[in-house]
Design a protein around this ligand. Structure first.
Ligand code: PEP
Ligand code: MG
Length: 660
């Protein structure tokens, strides 16, 4: 028997809804199929169900044969028509599986070990550290294909079943851990669903029965299913290909008795060494235990560097292929000022590092007296020393450092963190939390600044030759009001707390500011009509393209403030990719061309009487702060770890001026 209906499950049968549907289907004995157009699949396999690509408002037929067919159809149709409150976008995000996000690119420098046994990379987060090396190198699956004869098959089947059980048990064990964050729990639960799925295990078993060794069978079956996901037109389902491959990899490692790299196991005080690490992976790693970071990819303003700086972790990036030479090193010293890395340091180097680490700690303690200082310019004008934040988890570090508000809240992690675009309500909650944490100081929230180099699910980015010159930031947002408007509405709603300001990234044309204003006006009208409380906010722009610098006097007439983004401004002025270690030397904010661009921007802002701030990494540099203050910049926003030193620097400027 069968019945048809229209699916009312928000976002379709993805992630948790698919899991719930399958669980419900499995509670009946009947054979149950789900039919969409001319395709039908077993309702008891989440992999098959996801591959069917059922979306909200699709017409679906549930077909069942067996003793409890009537009850099964009734229950499943009931679920499809009224999934209840459990299928809210954010909740399904919780249950979603990971999306591979990498912000660094694949180019490598030619760095290598020099005569003194040291490696040189890009100094990406200052400070020095020394400790046991912790390699984060995904294990290579070492395997040769083998054809089994008939007698070998039963033993191979048993070996496969043991490996499958091991992987499932490991996942169960992780799920039992109380300390597991909800979002990670969702990721592991969804991976476990795949590992237990009959479609996958059945396909692997069939290959083994046909005489293929189990590792080859796992690789073959998972790559076929992953390819099916990869060919679907839904970005969420595309990303599931990575999950299937990840599960396949775990089964292979279990079959071969190999362990995989795991950041959770990093011991306290260790130096993390990786060929590449995604910003998102690093953001959720146990950062308190990481004393230093060494990475083959990335540059001084890559987002891995920014996270390391936010947490005061010394980092050397862009070592290129030579980072592999560190794979078996036991102890390592890293100098985030010079970009030097010393594998197995000798006694003299160890002594020097001990001394430097001790001095850094003394300096850090001495700087604490500046925590509550409100630094002023010689004429009494307050210079706001604010924090750059990427997530709510960083609020505490910023408050402890004495941040006078937030000069840049990067909203990208909020979007990267979720499998679906974060809902308007979740955004309101996030922005309001920030606003309350720093009131009465201002909190400047940057609208989504995402592009092809750091894609997120929910937005289909085209492949681009030059993502840094492509469809990113305000350009993408204006083309996607379905993404941009919920963010603007959320900002308007959170602005009732009074201290929220908003800035637009990657602006290169006045028309972009005007178009954004029109959308903001549309949002206020909607909120007004709905009777939803909201407040207007100051709108500013990031000045980070050469075009914005050249039209700064015009922009200044239309916005409430400027925030100079020196990271991008440097790469665009110097035409030197900020992630490419091979051009790291050119990526220099102190180059006269970049300093002139900063000065032009500050002059335009000061003449128009608007606030000029800076939120690029240069804002925290004591050697540049005096010049920036002289130019008329009155807000400097930086990693929390640089705040107290920056306050000291401004105070000393004032003292020096008084002494004259
Ligand atoms: C900048 O470009 O200077 C900036 C602050 O933004 P991001 O580093 O996030 O691109
Ligand atoms: Mg930028």
């Amino acid at each position: 028997m069968e019945r048809s209906t229209i699916v009312r499950v928000h976002d379709g049968l993805h992630a948790r809804p698919a899991t719930r549907f399958v669980k419900l289907a499995k509670s009946f004995e009947s054979n149950i199929e789900l039919v969409k157009a001319d395709k039908s699949v077993s309702a008891k396999s989440s992999v098959k169900l996801m591959l069917l690509g059922v979306k909200e408002n699709d017409e679906i037929t549930v077909r069942a044969t067996g003793a409890d067919a009537i009850e099964a159809i009734e229950a499943l149709i009931g679920y499809l028509e009224n999934p209840g409150s459990g299928l809210h976008a954010d909740e399904s995000a919780e249950a979603a599986t990971s999306v591979a996000i990498t912000v660094t690119d694949a180019r490598v420098s030619t760095a290598g070990v020099d005569a003194a046994g040291k490696l040189k990379g890009v100094a990406a987060s200052e400070g020095v550290a020394m400790g046991p090396a912790f390699g984060f190198f995904p294990a290579e699956i070492k395997h040769e294909n083998r054809l089994l004869n008939a007698e070998e098959v039963p033993a191979e089947r048993a070996r496969l079943n043991r490996a499958l059980a091991t992987v499932q048990q490991r996942m169960d064990k992780s799920l039992e851990e109380e300390s597991l964050a909800e979002s990670d729990r969702g990721i592991i639960a969804a991976l476990k669903d795949i590992a237990c799925d009959d479609e996958l295990t059945g396909a692997i078993n069939a290959l083994v029965e046909g005489g293929i060794d189990s590792v080859s069978a796992v690789i073959g079956a998972t790559s076929r299913i992953a390819a099916d996901f990869a060919s679907m037109d839904d970005p969420y389902l595309n990303a599931r290909a990575d999950d299937v491959n990840a599960v396949g990899r775990q089964i292979c490692l279990a079959l071969l008795g190999q362990d995989d790299a795991n950041l959770d196991a990093i011991p306290a005080g260790a130096i993390l060494i990786a060929e590449d690490i995604g910003a998102w992976d690093l953001a959720r790693a146990p950062l308190k235990r990481i004393a230093g970071v060494i990475c083959g990819h990335g540059g001084a303003t890559s987002h891995v560097a920014i996270i390391a700086r936010a947490h005061g972790i010394p980092a050397v990036l862009g070592l290129g292929g030579s980072v592999r030479e560190l794979q078996h090193v036991k102890y390592v010293a890293v100098d985030g000022h010079s970009g030097d890395v010393f594998p197995e340091p000798d006694e003299a180097t160890t002594d020097r590092f001990h001394e430097q680490i001790g001095k850094a700690e003394t300096d850090r303690q001495a700087l604490k007296v500046y925590k509550d200082v409100v630094p002023k310019r010689a004429d009494g004008m307050v210079i706001e020393i604010a924090a750059n934040l990427g997530s709510l988890e960083e609020i505490e570090a910023a408050q402890d450092a004495g941040a006078m508000g937030v000069g840049l809240f990067r909203t990208e992690l909020l979007f990267m963190r979720h499998i679906h675009l974060p809902s308007e309500d979740l955004q309101v909650e996030t922005y309001a939390t920030l606003s309350k944490a720093f009131a009465p100081y201002p909190v400047i929230i940057r609208t989504l600044d995402i592009g092809g180099d750091k894609p997120i699910s929910g937005i289909d980015f085209p492949a681009e030759e030059n993502p840094f010159l492509g469809w990113r930031g305000i350009r993408m947002c204006l083309d996607r009001p379905d993404v941009f408007k919920p963010q603007l509405r959320a900002l308007l709603r959170a602005a009732i707390h009074g201290n929220i300001k908003v800035m637009l990234p990657m602006v290169s044309d006045l028309a972009e500011v005007r178009a954004a204003r029109l959308l903001i006006a549309e949002c206020t009208e909607e909120l007004e009509r709905e009777g939803t409380p909201y407040a207007n906010f100051d709108l500013g722009v990031m000045v980070e393209t050469p075009a914005a610098v050249m039209i700064a006097p015009l922009l200044a007439r239309e916005v409430a403030f400027f925030s100079i983004g020196t990271n991008d401004l440097t790469q665009y002025i110097m035409a030197a990719d900020r992630l490419n270690p091979a051009v790291a030397k050119l990526n220099d904010v102190t180059h006269p061309a970049v300093m002139a661009a900063i000065e032009l921007t500050a002059k335009a802002g000061v003449e128009a009487g608007i606030m000029v701030g800076m939120c690029g990494e240069a804002a925290g540099r004591p050697d540049l702060i005096p010049a920036f203050v002289r130019m008329g910049i009155t807000e400097l926003s930086m990693s929390p770890s640089s705040i107290q030193r920056a306050k000291k620097c401004v105070v000393e400027l004032e003292t020096a001026a008084q002494g004259r």
